[in-house]
Design a protein around this ligand. Sequence first.
Ligand code: URA
Length: 208
Amino acid sequence: MSVSYMTHPLIRHKITLLRKESTSTNEFRKLVEEIAMLMGYEALSDLETQEINIKTPLEESKQPVISGKKLAVVPILRAGLGMVNGILALVPSARVGHIGLYRDPVTHEPHEYYCKLPEPIDQRQIVVVDPMLATGGSAVAAVDYIKEHGGQKIKFMSIIAAPKGVETLMKAHPDIQLYVGALDRELDDNAYIRPGLGDAGDRIFGTK
Ligand code: URA
């Protein structure tokens, strides 16, 4: 597996705004979407293209268009939902699957409560999105599930990751490509990323 850490100043700037406690729900939501779009731009830089014949107002010409596997965006519910529109802004025709996992508050183990993927999933380039890669438990469970259903070409995008999450996902799924907006210091005793941004789902949906 390859891990790419984002270095673009715009991504770094927007992640700083995202972290601030004073950032409102409205701003937070917009920032998550913008960061997902900027990260998606980088993550999709290896999309295949093919030449097609077109006619400009002046002449016939061969020009590139996106080809190869169609895209599926798969948010891990619920915080991953905040990143979907950012990717769809780049690839409006992408299909959207959903994986619902919740973290047991005591054991921090992921439990599945809803899953629906576009079929056939083996034909698609899959981009799994979850803003926070903390313990890696949900990420591993989501990729396990996608692979069990035939998914093969998988990218995973997280805005903020803890070293433990990166390591756990890398060990379990060495074949996928991971894109991380910022790598933070550590997890605390409640499995929150430090310095982090708090609970991404609560901040996106204004539930706290
Ligand atoms: N999920 C979050 O929303 N925040 C964290 O810090 C860790 C997991």
